[in-house]
Ligand binder design. Structure first.
Ligand code: GLN
Length: 287
């Protein structure tokens, strides 16, 4: 006889269905995906395990962990905050409450920089306001001859980015500096620069989803009353640290293309163009 004392009568598929039901009842936007991610984390099984062996029984401990995760998700804590990690590009990044949860929209920016470079190209890239390291580390992980620098005013954010760089084995090619945007960096010292600064208008923040307004750091969201404060500070710096012939990529809010293009041109950038994201929203300004 097999020992069943440490199992429940809950199969993976039943647990998944039950979890989806709870999240649906709590009006969570993506109950199926969230339920699966939380079930995977609570049990240690992968998506493939859940599909190929759906009748596997879970243990009481796994069920208790899942219950705890679901209770938090019902209270609108994002999955990435519950688990302390988020998939971005091809990476899995550790997060703390000190950094923005990387968004899929920002993957467009990574994709654009990668398309501008070749696989074995040796270049330098700066990511201003590096947060978890999402942009910088995605680029460095795909371009083994490249080197990068991430800046942030938050020492806590830099610790997260450093930890992610080390975990990905690219710590030796990624440097981190506590400073505001590019303050203290040399003129004409980078081939490429990128930034996803805070760009939400202060008065809009209280209207955002609880997942965002209650869990992302204000430092990474709040762009002042106009939403443009960070760009005003940042864009002249971007221009100053770029080598001649280099390129800058900045993420923007859906209605900020004209204003940010204007700031880029005023700083000296030419060939300034705004690209849309996969939801057809203006998202990345390039100069
Ligand atoms: N894209 C984020 C959001 O919509 C905002 C991030 C930012 O301000 N850079 O919540």
């Amino acid at each position: 006889m097999t020992d069943t004392s440490n199992t429940t009568d809950l199969t993976l598929v039943k647990a998944w269905n039950g979890a989806q039901k709870r999240l649906k009842a709590a009006h969570i936007d993506s109950p199926a995906i969230d339920a699966r991610l939380l079930l995977e984390a609570a049990t240690g099984f992968t998506r493939t395990d859940i599909i190929t062996d759906p009748y596997k029984l879970i243990t009481p401990e796994q069920n208790a962990t899942l219950d705890d995760y679901l209770s938090r998700r019902e209270k609108r804590v994002p999955v990435a905050r519950i688990l302390g990690r988020k998939g971005f590009w091809k990476l899995l990044l550790n997060l703390t409450p000190d950094v923005l949860v990387p968004r899929p929209e920002t993957e467009c920016l990574v994709d654009m920089i990668l398309k501008t470079t070749t696989p074995d190209q040796a270049f330098t890239v700066a990511d201003l306001g590096v947060g978890s390291g999402a942009i910088l580390l995605s680029i460095l992980s795909e371009r083994p001859a490249a080197k990068g620098l991430g800046t942030d005013v938050s020492e806590e954010a830099l610790a997260v980015a450093r930890d992610n760089a080390a975990n990905l084995g690219i710590g030796s090619r990624a440097a981190f500096l506590r400073t505001s945007w590019a303050s203290g960096l040399d003129d004409e010292s980078f081939d490429y620069v990128a930034s996803n600064p805070p760009y939400i208008q202060s008065h809009v923040i209280p209207t955002l989803e609880p997942e965002v307004k209650d869990h992302d750091p204000m430092l990474a969201l709040d762009g002042g009353e106009s939403g443009l404060d960070a760009y005003v500070d940042l864009i002249p710096d971007l221009y100053r640290i770029l080598k001649k012939g280099g390129g800058a990529w900045v993420e923007i809010g859906y209605d900020q293309a004209d204003a940010v293009e204007g700031l880029m041109k005023k700083a000296g950038f030419f060939n300034v163009v705004t690209y849309k994201d996969l939801s057809d929203q203006p998202r990345i300004v390039v100069g």
